[in-house]
Design a binder for this molecule. Structure first.
Ligand SMILES: Nc1ncnc2c1ncn2[C@@H]1O[C@H](COP(=O)(O)OP(=O)(O)O)[C@@H](O)[C@H]1O
Ligand SMILES: [Mg+2]
Length: 354
């Protein structure tokens, strides 16, 4: 009979469906018991997706059964509570002193308006009276600094902590403010992710009600690493109405579920176009996909944003629409999205407290 450690080594070869990371480092294996009658593997799975659960169970079973001397394999599945301790060897996600809530904005791919939503969501939350910080975690496509506008150089405290910039009432920082194009090329993959999380913890945020993280586009290993290292209170997923983008939403939801982070909701961007001439609403990509998908995935739908020139111009000119034109209908949509995000954060806080 193999030892629990030998079995664990074997299980390390199994990749989590959709990720390059193995199921052991994911923290799924809770216990391995080797007895006369056979091996019992206990799995702690947060995923609500039955396909993912089935696939993992089948692969674990097959891997252990194939080991010499194993008469039978028994799998036990535990559905961990939100606050369940993680498996040994998995780093606990870190909180940031003085920061009450951390929200990550994710998307399946670039160009869907993730940064636009992150910036305006942060501003809208500020408009609702919250103290808000914004961190651009998208090193390869940093746009937050451009969208918010950089007025002065970043400074550090005597303790060498980074002081965030402040504009339109929110504090913000980006690792991109410290790197030039050459270093950006050298910094690749896991190293960037590691540096970035360290960077995030070295910012002197002060007292914040909420820190908004603009994640790099995608829902792969890099994003997963950040969501595992930082103690997130919620995730927001930005998508566009076409079908491929909607598939990405499923991945986004799965990613947050895996790290036990509640999905605060889905934002559908570039949902429709209001013609300037006829004032008619054109649903060029088809409409309602985001809302329907959110319903089917059992996550809140936060709102839909039209394709409007002012939104792009605001981003290009460091005059984000919520700050520069609060009376614009799109600013009202952001305000309602922000209110729902705050509500979601309050709700999960209440659940934790009970
Ligand atoms: N609803 C919208 N209407 C018009 N332009 C938009 C809208 N959302 C985003 N954009 C523009 O599209 C481009 C990509 O948006 P961005 O927020 O940078 O996407 P991402 O962060 O997902 O890569 C930017 O030029 C932005 O100003
Ligand atoms: Mg971006």
């Amino acid at each position: 009979m193999p030892s629990p450690n030998e079995i664990l080594a074997e299980l390390k070869k199994i990749k989590y469906p959709g990720f390059t990371r193995d199921i052991v480092s994911f923290g799924i294996i809770k216990d391995i018991e080797v007895a006369h009658a056979g091996v019992t593997v206990s799995l702690a799975m947060a995923s609500a997706n039955p396909e993912v659960v089935e696939k993992i169970v089948a692969e674990v079973k097959a891997a252990v059964a194939a080991m010499p001397g194993v008469p039978a394999v028994n799998i036990q599945i535990e559905r961990p509570a939100q606050s369940a301790p993680r498996a040994a060897g998995i780093a606990q996600p870190r909180t940031i002193a003085g920061v009450k809530h951390i929200v990550a904005v994710a998307s399946g791919k670039g160009g869907v308006g993730k940064s636009t939503v992150a910036v305006n969501l942060a501003l809208a939350m500020h408009g609702l009276g919250w103290r808000v910080g914004l961190m651009d975690a998208d090193v390869y496509g940093p746009s937050v600094a451009m969208m918010v506008g950089v007025e002065k150089a970043v400074t550090v405290t005597p303790e060498r902590r980074i002081v965030p910039l402040e504009r339109y009432g929110i504090r913000y920082i980006s690792m991109a403010l410290f790197i030039n194009d050459e270093t950006a090329v050298i910094w690749r993959g896991p190293m960037v992710t590691k540096l970035e999380t360290e960077f995030l913890f070295n910012v002197e945020w002060g007292e914040l009600d909420c820190l908004v993280l603009d994640l790099p586009p995608g829902t792969g290993d890099a994003q997963l690493t950040i969501t595992q290292r930082v103690a997130l209170d919620g995730g927001v997923i930005v998508t566009t109405p076409n079908e491929l983008a909607l598939l990405d939403v499923k991945r986004g939801v799965a990613m947050f579920e895996e790290v036990h982070v509640p999905v605060l909701g889905v934002v559908e961007n570039m949902s429709y176009y209001v013609c300037r001439k006829c004032n008619h609403r054109h649903e060029i990509f088809g409409h309602g996909g985001g809302a329907a998908l959110a319903r089917s995935l059992n996550v809140p739908f936060l709102g839909e944003l039209p394709l409007v020139r002012e939104l792009r111009e605001g981003g290009d000119n460091a005059r984000p629409i919520v700050a520069a034109n609060p009376a614009h209908p799109v600013s009202a949509v952001f305000k309602s999205i922000a209110a729902k995000v705050i509500e979601g954060l309050d709700r999960s806080e209440a659940q934790h407290a009970s």
